[in-house]
Design a protein around this ligand. Structure first.
Ligand SMILES: CC(C)(COP(=O)(O)OP(=O)(O)OC[C@H]1O[C@@H](n2cnc3c(N)ncnc32)[C@H](O)[C@@H]1OP(=O)(O)O)[C@@H](O)C(=O)NCCC(=O)NCCS
Length: 276
C-alpha cells in the first residue's frame, strides 16, 4: 500500500489534528492550522495510507515566498516515505501559488527529510520562556500601544526584517494587540500578537528598540512571556539570558530557492516556529 498526499477535506481536519498532536507537534497545533485554513494562499494536507490518515502538514503562501509548517507523521506509519511525500506535496502547492522560495523551521527529526527534498540550512532559532519575574522598571522609552493606523508601518517593518511580504498575515488580524516604539517621531519597532501563534512578532530597526519592546512585553500581566527568535540576533539572545529566560525549544530554519532579503538581527520575536 502506497502513501497518498492530498488536501485534507473539512471532515478530515479533526483526524489530521489528532495525528499531528500524536506526532508531538503540541496541544495547540489545531490553533496553528487556523491561519492556513482561513488564508486563501494556505492549505492543510493529509497523508493517507489506504483510507487511514497517518500524517499532515500545512502551507502558507506569501507571494514570492511560502512556508511549510506543522508537518508530522504518526509513529506507526513512519519510514515509509510519508514525511518526504508531504514535503514534496507542500512544495508543489506553494510553487503553483507563485512561491520561488520555500521556507520552514525543522526539528531534528525533520532535518534529514527536508535535506532530501533539497532544502539547505540557514540558521538556528530557539523559543525562550521567561522564568524569573521581572524586577525594576521596563526600558520603556518611546513605547506605546499599537493603533489601527500603525498597521501599514508594521507591515513595512516586517518586510524590512523578513524580506517577505506577509501582508496576508496582517490582513487576517483584526485590531491585534501590540506595541509600537517611536524614536524621534519615527517608528523604530513593533510587537504584534496573533490569534494563532504562541509568541508575539517583534521587529525593530535597531537593538535598543527591539529590547525596549521585549522589556515591556515581559511585564504584561498573564502567563510568562514565550518568545521565539533567530540565534543570529545575538543582542536579543544576550538580553534574554541576562533577564533569566531559558530555551525551551530549538528549530533550524531551512530554505529551498533564492534567499529573501532576511535580516535576522531585526527579528526579536516570531509568531511561531511555523511561518516565522
Ligand atoms: C519527521 C517526520 C515527519 C518524518 O516522517 P517519515 O514519514 O518517517 O519520513 P520519511 O519516511 O519520508 O523519511 C524518514 C526516513 O525513512 C526512510 N524511508 C523512507 N521510505 C522508506 C521505506 N520504504 N523503507 C525504509 N525506510 C524508508 C527515509 O530514508 C528516512 O531515513 P533517514 O531519516 O534515516 O534518512 C516524522 O518523524 C515525525 O512526524 N516526527 C515528529 C514530528 C516532527 O518532528 N515533524 C517535523 C516538523 S519540522
Amino acid at each position: 500500500m502506497g502513501i497518498d498526499v492530498r488536501p485534507a477535506r473539512p471532515d478530515e481536519l479533526d483526524a489530521v489534528v489528532e495525528v499531528l498532536r500524536g506526532a508531538g507537534l503540541g496541544a495547540s497545533v489545531g490553533r496553528l492550522l487556523r491561519f492556513p485554513l482561513d488564508c486563501p494562499s494556505g492549505e492543510v494536507l493529509a497523508a493517507l495510507l489506504g483510507d487511514e490518515i497517518v500524517g499532515g502538514a500545512a502551507v502558507a503562501g506569501f507571494g514570492a515566498t511560502g512556508w511549510i509548517g506543522a508537518l508530522g507523521v504518526a509513529a506507526r506509519a513512519r519510514r515509509r516515505g510519508a514525511g518526504l511525500a508531504l514535503t514534496e506535496g507542500c512544495i508543489e502547492l506553494l510553487r503553483t501559488g507563485g512561491a520561488e522560495t520555500v521556507l520552514l523551521y525543522a526539528t531534528a527529526a525533520g532535518l534529514p527529510v527536508y535535506r532530501r527534498a533539497g532544502f539547505a540550512v540557514e540558521g538556528e532559532a530557539h523559543a525562550w520562556r521567561d522564568l524569573s519575574p521581572p524586577r525594576g522598571r521596563p526600558q520603556a522609552d518611546g513605547v506605546r500601544p499599537l493603533l489601527e493606523r500603525d498597521m501599514a508601518v508594521v507591515r513595512a517593518l516586517d518586510r524590512a526584517a523578513t524580506g517577505e511580504d506577509r501582508g496576508a498575515v496582517f490582513s487576517a488580524m483584526v485590531r491585534p494587540p501590540g506595541l509600537i516604539v517611536e524614536r524621534a517621531g519615527r517608528v523604530a519597532g513593533s510587537a504584534v500578537r496573533s490569534p494563532w501563534g504562541l509568541g508575539p512578532s517583534v521587529v525593530a530597526t535597531d537593538r535598543e528598540a527591539g529590547i525596549a519592546l521585549l522589556s515591556v512585553l515581559r511585564r504584561v500581566p498573564g502567563a510568562p512571556l514565550t518568545v521565539s527568535l533567530p540565534d543570529a540576533n545575538a543582542d536579543a539572545v544576550r538580553a534574554l539570558r541576562a533577564w533569566g529566560f531559558a530555551p525551551i525549544n530549538q528549530a533550524t530554519r531551512m530554505r529551498l530557492g533564492p534567499a529573501p532579503a532576511y535580516e535576522p538581527a531585526r527579528v526579536f520575536g516570531m509568531f511561531n516556529l511555523f511561518w516565522g
